[in-house]
Design a protein around this ligand. Structure first.
Ligand SMILES: *Cc1c(COP(=O)(O)O)cnc(C)c1O
Length: 370
């Protein structure tokens, strides 16, 4: 029996999401130590002591089911974001929220729009329900909102915008987003994915939260995987009007967020200093990487996230593999239609320096391809 052939045709056409290479895997493959992973945009300083203590204190309670409504975490998010708890959906990572909105509103024959170099998970989720993903062309690697608007048809149900975008680090101003929303028919849900919102230090940047009262078709998603350093625990959230939130919670599986994640996320929201320090370290790291790329005459896409994509002017895979042999894991992004770029996450200052030193060695050794 061939069960691949038995799967629904649109599922057969899917390829599994490729995550960043785990450190342990590279250790096994090369038998080397001191590996640094700058491949999945995690916080290089991890989570705070406060979160650690709250998790350790919670261990004794793991026998019990979690609070299925996440009461306390929703209170904290409501307070921080200035929204009602009835507007919050908790997810097993923010990818869970993206999955809910797709499941709830998209089916075969429907269309959903995203930008060609945008987060690849959108495309996978859309395809998994048999709907049609429409990739709009980009502008300077970032979202081209005019092109996205032009891609709208009678069948469009959802539009995904990552702001800032991964893997390009590009961003849209609050005015650009607002002008776009004014043009989008109000029955189309616009998902504003703000996984890197906390890192942005640009005055013209605005969160979709500012637009929720004006546009009832907006869903903002956020995560604890990035600046809050809890990627392994899987917790994120969505904020939208009560209607959309009601629908998302109908498809949300029971107990989708575990209790350790709930207490750790609460602690991270309290630790404002930790968040500020993480942001400052990131901005310092971005400047160092930009200056280093400039010094090496390597082209890069200016980023406001905690990662930066750079152009190696040849197939990126040999450079990626040579970096692995130096003990540095970065991310190839060919699946984002960027086969000559690599994405590196901003690490600690020492990690950033080690990455640049390794990159110098690797580029010297590799024969330039024409
Ligand atoms: C990392 C990331 C997410 C969040 O992933 P979760 O760990 O599931 O919260 C969402 N969107 C983008 C653009 C990301 O890069």
């Amino acid at each position: 029996m061939n069960f691949i052939e038995k799967a629904l045709p649109h599922i057969q056409a899917l390829s599994a999401y490729q995550s960043g290479k785990p450190i342990e895997e590279l250790e096994r493959e090369l038998g080397i130590k001191n590996i640094i992973k700058l491949a999945s945009n995690e916080n290089p300083t991890g989570f705070s002591e406060l979160a650690k203590t709250s998790m350790l204190n919670h261990v004794a309670h793991l026998t019990r089911y979690p609070d299925g409504n996440g009461f306390e975490l929703k209170q904290k998010i409501a307070q921080k974001c200035g929204v009602n708890t009835a507007c919050i959906t908790l997810g097993n990572g923010s990818s869970d929220i993206l999955d809910f909105v797709v499941k709830a509103f998209l089916s075969e024959g429907d269309e959903a729009i995203y930008s060609i170099h945008a987060f690849v998970v959108y495309q996978l989720l859309i395809q998994a329900v048999g709907a049609k993903g429409v990739a709009a062309p980009a502008k300077n690697w970032g979202h081209d909102l005019a092109a996205m608007q032009a891609a709208i048809t009678d069948k469009t149900k959802l539009i995904f915008i990552a702001n800032p975008n991964n893997p390009t680090g590009t961003w849209l101003t609050r005015d650009e987003i607002r002008a776009f929303l004014v043009q989008v028919p109000s029955h189309i849900i616009v998902v504003l994915d703000e996984a890197y919102f906390e890192y942005v230090e640009e005055d013209a940047y605005g969160s979709g939260l500012e637009l929720l009262s004006e546009f009832s078709n907006v869903l903002v998603t956020r995560t604890f995987s990035k600046i809050y350093g809890l990627a392994g625990l899987r917790v994120g959230y969505g904020i939208a009007g009560r209607d959309i939130t009601d629908v998302l919670n109908r498809v949300r599986p029971p107990f989708n967020v575990n209790s350790l994640a709930l207490v750790a996320a609460c602690a991270m929201l309290e630790d404002i200093k930790y968040e500020e320090n993480s942001r400052a370290l990131n901005t310092q790291g971005l400047r160092f990487l930009e200056q280093s790329f400039d010094a090496l005459a390597i082209k890069y896409i200016p980023s406001v996230g905690n990662f930066i994509s750079f152009d190696v002017q040849q197939s990126a895979m040999p450079v990626y593999e040579a970096l692995l042999r130096e003990g540095i894991i970065v991310r190839p992004i060919g699946v984002y239609a960027m086969p000559q770029h690599l994405r590196v996450s901003v690490g600690t200052l020492a990690e950033n320096k080690r990455f640049i030193d390794a990159l110098k060695i690797v580029l010297q050794k590799l024969p330039a391809q024409v």
